[in-house]
Design a protein around this ligand. Sequence first.
Ligand code: HEM
Length: 548
Amino acid sequence: MLATGESLLMFVAQQGAFINFDKLRRIHKMPSSPHIINEPLNNGAIILYVAYLVLGWLVIRSVYRLWFHPLHRIPGSKLAAVTSFYEFYFDAIKGGRYLWQIEKMHEKYGPVVRINPREVHIKDSDYFHTIASGRRDKDTYNLNTIMTPNAALGTVGHDSHKVRRHIIDRVFSKLSIAKIDSMIQEKLEILMKRLNRARITGTVVDLNYTLANLTTDVISEYVYGESLGSLHEEEYQNTVVDDIQLSLGSFHYSRLSPTLLKLVRLVPMSLPGGGEKLTLEPFSRMVQLGREKSHEYLSGAISGDGVKKVTVLGALVADTVPPQEKTMERLVDESLAVLTGGILSTADVLAVALFHLGRNPSILQTLRQELFGSLSLSGDRIAWSQQSISITKLEKLPYLTAVIRESLRISHPVIVRSARVAAHATMYKDVVIPPGTPVSQSIYFVSMDPLIFPSPEIFNPDRWIEAAANGVNLTKFFVIFGSGSRACVGIHLAYAELYHIIAAFSSTFNWKLHQTGPEDVRTARDMLLAAPESGFLSIKAIITGTVE
Ligand code: HEM
């Protein structure tokens, strides 16, 4: 910073020869006698000259962006085309509101708009897969937000991503996830016992938080080989979730300025942003945890190949992995991306599912009829692991599947836009998008598109069943897990948790929502995860009894 400031001053001093100081002094009513001209400039004058230079540079840059930039023909707000601070204002200062500003631009200018000086956004549900398909990179500016450049998720280049994705694909395949089905069921049983205690004591349960204890323990056990023990933490506490949410508070800041974020890393501070505290302390704590666990694998204390337990870190240090991919940075980032990607996303969908089931007795009733009619559930369903109900069995239930699909659609947990960059020019209808342009789309717009999903705010699992019966391919618009080579690697794990938990919870407990209404669930902000008007999703319920 200092060096930059000094060189700027030197530049200003050099430019002095070309600046008409006399005129400037006249304009700003400074003393103008000849003997003053040769004296060093005072601080006020230097600041003024720097301000002129900066202003001049801003004007030239704005003119370029508006009339000469390759994107100058793409419609949109002029302010957005001139400066990224427009986006920064809505996302960082106002806390995740830019997506709705983008929506307004689409209403005014059509399906393709320029949303910042260098990025184009397309709102067209039919076009979603086109952007994600083929050979496309991700965009550095957008990836700044997630701060894990060495993870598959944070990798810019298409080819580098392919190598990295191949390594983790194996551990997250449907077959691999079926092998940890019993581990998921064991953890579910601990959760069911905890929920049953809440029933007995009449305690209000924060569903997101409590269900995130399970997703935390499942994913941490799969990544590190041992769980973080969230299910055994103090009731209704989850320090990992706290850390993730605190980190999400700063993610819009990191998009615009990774440097600002590095500063914050040095001096934790609070900045405005929808009430979230901007601090990187919790992120550093997660990095530290990843570092400790990765060290055990890299040092050979735990080997990748030959261990009985399959783990993500084990897969990352396996013999088949190229040596350049076996670095501390790589292991820390990948384990962090998988861990954080797999906790709140699924927990939020689960909580939203229970919210809607709790408000719709007839849907819950239909679901229960299917569960009791198709599975041989024994009396003690709290002991879920003894029910011997495999994921394969659950996946065959059409109504449960429709409930899960609809819960995923309506909760659309991963709401952050994810841009793709093609090396060649691409066409959207008759609009030419120049090569190298980040083009983004939003899962939220597709999932809530009233032309595809009529009355999108209504929870209606039957829409999936009716579409299938009528030969309508609604699944084409089911883009909740993304699309193409960068789509979610954790999809089978997410489904395994969703199937087991929704089946267990709804066949075992009766519950009523507590101080939680539609406005608490309605998505109003993009905090990487879908968030309501203030804070993060928090759905509360009281478990009133058990299902006989
Ligand atoms: C309902 C739950 C989930 C949803 C809705 C979801 C959604 C998504 C989406 C939309 C993407 C693509 C992001 C992009 O385009 O940049 C993604 C990527 C990813 N997800 Fe998930 N996810 C879920 C659960 C999980 C779980 C359980 C894991 C844990 C393994 C996970 C790990 C990842 C990773 C590592 C990526 C990056 C993949 C890559 O770039 O190759 N997700 N997820």
